[in-house]
Design a protein around this ligand. Structure first.
Ligand code: CTP
Ligand code: MN
Ligand code: MN
Ligand code: MN
Length: 419
């Protein structure tokens, strides 16, 4: 009788925020499968199942070597029956039937394509799919009414679905910096989101803006947006004002998973010149009046960008279709993208008062799962409520500042740098 080969087992803390996870992943086949199933669940409005798959994928991503045997998974946290079944199928049969069939399914493919449009969420995509719309061309031909965000999203679809490089993020950062120092000298901008975490590519660029003197940041966003607009840098923007103080349950206890900072979801026009610093593009081509290309912004007070609000459109179908196919009458579409001397880039700007800056920076650095886990850990293990605005000791009143010092110490568990 043979002695059973020794199996490496791993020891992993239960909360993602307690683990050091590098960009190196030894289990990509497993994590790709679980991530796709998570995405499918999220796109199908099954958030609970989505989180379960995300947590399982994150555990496997943190392991120091490839998993080859189910026995290695004994005692690992966050691996539910469903995730274990998927892992087992891949380890033992080389493939997961559920993963393969989900990936190939017409519904999943259509959800991916349609929610790939900026401004389109899972509910809108689901409605369109039920009306037989599965592709961008079918959407264009359908005469569906699109809100302003969705029009911009469709128009710049290819650019917005092409990953951004760190160099492009840096170029955007220089533009935002110029805007901010022009309208409020002394204001500070900080790169957040995936690029702050050291990711090499991203779907957008995120910035947090503040001023060292409390209160000076008020009114800053509209000035920054006006400056960017006047320089022709904005293809689209929607600003939401700060609602922290006026909300009925704030400032006492903001909900854990959303913040109320003044923010701007935007699409930048990044020219080749900006991407290469001050260098001129080879063909020397330059639009003498870049502002002419920008969409009109802010004129329609009732314009909607939110997935939650139903789109409204009084525009006749014919005109709508014209607008949907682009303001250039379709000529732009015929040109290969490589010859276009600029690209559209999604940019998120957030303004925080300095007193909430640390929380805002922590909250906007991500990842989404990390933030969720950090808040869960704070609540369940430390009896504290963490948001992007504040940290409360649930057993005390009005102690957010002192509590934060404790929390910084506790964060040594986590691979978080605050400042
Ligand atoms: N965030 C938030 N509220 C939002 C949107 C984002 O608090 N309405 C925070 C989340 O913590 C998120 C971070 O901002 O992790 C960055 O969001 P996002 O840009 O969507 O994700 P990234 O991690 O930057 O990844 P990507 O490269 O896809 O942009
Ligand atoms: Mn981002
Ligand atoms: Mn993202
Ligand atoms: Mn973002």
């Amino acid at each position: 009788q043979q002695v059973e080969a020794e199996v490496v087992t791993f020891s992993v803390p239960s909360y993602a925020c307690q683990r050091r996870t590098t960009l190196e992943n030894h289990n990509t086949v497993l994590t790709d499968a679980l991530s796709l199933l998570a995405e499918n669940a999220e796109l199908s409005d099954e958030d609970g199942r989505g989180v379960a798959f995300r947590r399982a994928a994150a555990v496997l991503r943190s392991l120091p070597e490839p998993v080859t045997d189910m026995k290695q998974l004994r005692g690992l946290p966050c691996l539910g029956d469903h995730s274990l079944r998927v892992i087992k199928d891949i380890l033992e049969d080389g493939a997961s039937r559920e993963f393969e069939s989900t990936k190939q399914s017409e519904r999943f493919k259509a959800l991916k394509v349609l929610t790939g449009i900026f401004g389109v969420g899972s509910r809108t995509a689901d409605r369109w799919i039920r009306e037989g719309i599965h592709t961008l061309q079918q959407l264009r031909d359908s005469g569906q009414s699109l809100n302003r965000a969705q029009q911009a999203g469709l128009e710049h679809y290819d650019d917005l679905n092409r990953p951004l490089t760190a160099a492009e993020a840096e170029a955007v950062g220089e533009i935002v910096e110029r805007a901010v120092v022009s309208v409020l000298p002394g204001a500070q901008i900080t790169l957040t989101g995936g690029f702050r975490r050291g990711k090499l590519t991203g779907h957008d660029v995120d910035f947090l803006i503040t001023h060292p003197d409390e209160g000076r940041e008020e009114g800053l966003m509209s000035k920054v947006v006006s400056w960017l607009e006047s320089q022709g840098f904005l293809l689209y923007q929607k600003t939401t004002r700060n609602s922290y103080l006026e909300s009925k349950d704030g400032p006492a206890r903001p909900p854990a998973n959303m913040d109320r900072f003044e923010r701007c979801f935007s699409i930048f026009k990044l020219t080749m010149e900006e991407r290469r610093g001050t260098e001129q593009p080879e063909n020397g081509e330059r639009n003498p009046n870049p502002a002419e290309d920008t969409l009109s912004v802010g004129a329609r007070s009732g314009s909607q960008t939110d997935e939650n609000t139903p789109p409204q459109s009084q525009v006749p179908a014919d005109e709508r279709r014209h607008r949907v196919s682009g303001e250039d009458g379709g000529q732009e579409e015929a040109k290969p993208a490589a010859h276009k001397p600029w690209r559209a880039v999604r940019v998120d700007l957030v303004v925080s008062p300095i007193s909430q800056f640390a929380f805002a920076l922590l909250g906007w650095t991500g990842s989404k799962l990390f933030e969720r886990e950090l808040r869960r850990w704070a609540g369940h293990e430390k009896a504290m409520s963490l948001s992007s605005h504040a940290l409360y000791d649930n057993t005390q009143v009005n102690t957010s500042q002192s509590v934060f010092r404790h929390f910084i110490a506790a964060l040594s568990f986590c691979s978080v740098k605050i400042l």
